[in-house]
Design a protein around this ligand. Structure first.
Ligand code: SF4
Length: 251
């Protein structure tokens, strides 16, 4: 659970030195998924009492932090939207992205802006337009099989389907980076032939510029989930690249 709107900087294996932006409450969780592995815990904990931060407050806090870091000569590689839920469900997400890009240009023009999203808001043109403005739009696709996504990611909206999101990801196209959690647990294993073949088919349709495969590296709210070792991740990655020509990073 992140207890601040602007947090870090933290060192991320995949992104480098990263200043985090949490557009969810600082004492609860708001997400359109309820993943078994979520570092913020299950949605059942509730949304807390702090509410979503106002866009003006996010800009103020971010400017305070960036100006202090710039004055101190601190290193920064990336500003990353993640936190206690899904950033794109914030009603002012597009405005907040605009403010963030402006502040980035003012204080750290070489720093990237990344958004980690669960892809559930790709039906919103204004969210898609905002996501297209950032340097690294990292979109979740944990399985291409509907029943598996329902088990691992537990979408809140019953109308969510793998087929629909894969179509939206394909429309988003090569600007996107697809991130896939590979793990095993009770009733779930996306290292199987059927899962990997379905993912390969989906990646082929989506044609992202990069795929990131990762596994669990911290305790998860569902304790049945198990980490997949680096060797297995690498061999799945090699299969994907051989079949699609898309580079795959593993962590
Ligand atoms: S999409 Fe992200 S924030 Fe939402 S439940 Fe899954 S891991 Fe947690």
């Amino acid at each position: 659970m992140f207890t601040e709107t602007i947090f870090g900087p933290i060192h991320s294996r995949r992104l480098g030195t990263s200043l985090g932006v949490n557009l969810s409450p600082t004492d609860g969780k708001v997400c359109s998924f309820d993943c078994l592995y979520c570092e913020a815990g299950f949605n059942a904990q509730g949304a807390g009492t702090s509410g979503l931060p106002a866009a003006s407050r996010v800009a103020e806090l971010l400017e305070n932090r960036l100006s202090a870091m710039a004055a101190a000569g601190e290193r920064l590689d990336v500003i990353t939207f993640s936190g206690n839920g899904e950033p794109t469900v914030h009603p002012d997400f597009p405005e907040i992205i605009g403010d963030t890009l402006r502040l980035r240009d003012k204080y750290f023009p070489d720093v990237k802006v990344s958004v980690l999203t669960n892809s559930t808001m790709l039906g919103s043109p204004r969210v898609v337009e905002a996501l297209r403005r950032v340097d690294n739009c990292i979109l979740k696709l944990d399985s291409a099989i509907d029943s598996s996504i329902r088990k691992l990611d537990r979408p809140v909206n019953p109308a969510f389907t793998a087929e629909k999101v894969i179509g939206q990801l394909a429309d988003f196209g090569p600007q996107g980076i697809i991130q896939t959690m590979i793990c095993r647990g009770d009733g779930f294993d996306n290292t199987t032939e059927a899962e990997v073949n379905a993912l390969i088919e989906a990646y082929r349709r989506i044609a992202p510029r990069l795929i990131m495969l990762y596994s669990i590296d911290r305790p998860t709210p569902d304790t049945s989930l198990r980490r997949v070792d680096a060797e297995t991740l690498r061999s799945i990655a090699d299969r994907i690249t051989a079949a699609t020509g898309i580079p795959v990073q593993t962590a």
